[in-house]
Design a binder for this molecule. Sequence first.
Ligand SMILES: Cc1ncc(COP(=O)(O)O)c(C=O)c1O
Length: 423
Amino acid sequence: MTATFSNFARSLTVETAFTVLAVAKRLKAAGKDVVELEIGDSPFDSTSSARKAGVVAIEENQSHYCPSPGIPPFLEAAAEFVSREFNIPAGPENIVAGPGAKIFEQFFCEAFLNSGDGVLVFSPFFPTYLPNVQRRGARVVFSVIRQETQFRPNLKDIRAFVEKDVAPKAIFLNSPHNPTGGITTQDDLKAIADLIRGKDIAVFSDEPYCHMVWKGKHHSLLEQPDMMNQAVAAFTFSKSYSMSGWRLGFAVTAQPVAEIIGKMINTTLSCTPPLVQFAGVAALQEDHAERNETMQKFREKVTLLTEGLNAIEGFTTIDPTATFYVFPNVMEVCNRLGITSHGLAMYLLEGADDQFGIACLGGECFGDAGHGFLRFSCAEPNERLTQALEFLPTAIARKDRIRKYLEQNTHFSLPTPYDCSIG
Ligand SMILES: Cc1ncc(COP(=O)(O)O)c(C=O)c1O
C-alpha cells in the first residue's frame, strides 16, 4: 500500500460495541460462556408481519432499483405512523427511507455543516456522531449530562451555545438517550424549540428508542411548532421491530431537506432495498400489538437488571426512564480496584474467569463524561441476565485476577481516582 490515507481516515473513531462484540465472539468460539450485553440489539425475532411481507416481496421480485427517497407506500406508511403515534405533522413528502437511522447522521451533517461550524453534542454521546461531524470539518462543543439530573440536557449550556458560540449551527439531540437511558422531557423539548426557533440552527433528533419509554410516553422535538423546518428526526426499525439486520429506518423533516437527503441517497446508496421497505410497511401497519408485547418484555429486563445492579455494593443506577440500556455509576468500585471503567468491562469479559464472562462497555466508550460508568444492554434472555448479576460480585472480589489483568493491561490502570462527588 503506497497511497497515504486522508487525515479523516487516520482519525476515524468507531463504535466500540462492535469491537467488544468481536472479542466476545472470538472467546465464545474458543469455548468460553459469554453473556453478551455489549451491543444494543434485540434478542427477539423480527415481528411476524414484517417477516412475511419480506418473503412475499422477494417472491414478487421487488428486487430492483426504486426511487431514492423511498417507495410511495413506505413514505405514506411512515408519515401516517409518526402523525398517529407522535403527533408529528408529517406527510409522505416529509419522509426519506434509509438503511437504518445511523446513515442520517452523515446526511444531516452534509446537509447543514461547513468547516468550522459549531455543533453541540451532549456527553456521553452515541459514538458515531463525532466522526460524522468531523467528516465536514465542523467543531464539536460538548455539554455534559449527569446522573444527578437524570441525564437530561442542560438548557443553560444550550442557551450559551446558541447565544455565545462563534458559529453555532447544529445540535445533536438523542432522546431516549443511549447510553444513559435518560430522556429529554416534553418541557425540555419546548424550551429547546423556544431557544432555537427562527435561528440558523439545525437539530439532529435521534429517536431510535421511541417505543422504549418506561415512564410516560415518547415526545419528539418535531411535535413542537416550526421544528419540522429546523430538525431532521431519525427513526429505525432496529429496536421497536427487532429488525436491526434488515437495515431500515427513515428521516422526518421539511420537504426541501427531504429532497436534499434524497439527492444524497441518489449519489451514495442509490436507494434503500424495496423489499426491505415492504417489510417495513407491514411492520408499521400490522405489528403494533406484537411490538408492544416485546417492549413490555424489554421493560421487565431493564427492571431486572437495574434492581440486580443496585443490589451490588458500589453500583448506583437511576430508576430506568427509557431504552434497553442500564448505565450504573461504578466509580467507587473502579477506585477500589484501581481500574478504569472500560478496563473493568474488559476484565469482566476476559480476565475474571476462564470459563465465564460478561461483555459490556465502559462509559468512556461514549465520551469522557462516561468515565466511571458501565453500559449494559438487555440483549440476552432473563436467566442469562440473572447469571451475569450473580457473577458480578464474585468477579469483583477476585483481587488476584484483577491484579494479574492490570499487569497484562497496564493501559486500564486508573491514573487518578474518579471524583465520586460528580454524578
Ligand atoms: C442513538 C442511536 N442512534 C442510531 C442508532 C443506529 O441504529 P440503526 O440500526 O437504525 O442504524 C443506534 C443503534 O444502536 C443508536 O443507539
